[in-house]
Unconditional design. Structure first.
Length: 94
């Protein structure tokens, strides 16, 4: 059962990252590409990190995966917003 869950999370993560890459190629403008690059890849990498934690249940692997997941979810929305503000030409963007 554990192996099936690991495979499901790994496949979900890989599919989400693949869809993010396809979205970067197919979407027509900068803002939709930014959306694809941040939202789908964040979900995909998160699912892959969950699969890694389940496959290697040592404390150091789990701690590193959680740190990477927290850093990912804290930095991706901020970077996406900053890029969108810069592309839109907001003078209020810092």
């Amino acid at each position: 059962m554990k192996d099936i869950l690991i495979a499901i999370f790994a496949l979900l993560g890989s599919a989400a990252v693949l869809l993010a890459a396809v979205g970067l190629l197919r979407f027509p403008d900068f803002f939709t590409r930014t959306h694809a690059a941040t939202k789908a890849s964040a979900f995909g990498i998160g699912a892959l990190l969950v699969a890694v934690c389940m496959e290697f249940p040592e404390w150091n692997v789990i701690a590193k995966s959680l740190f990477a997941l927290v850093a990912l979810f804290l930095t991706l929305p901020v970077a996406s917003q900053a890029l969108a503000d810069a592309a839109r030409g907001d003078d209020d963007a810092q």
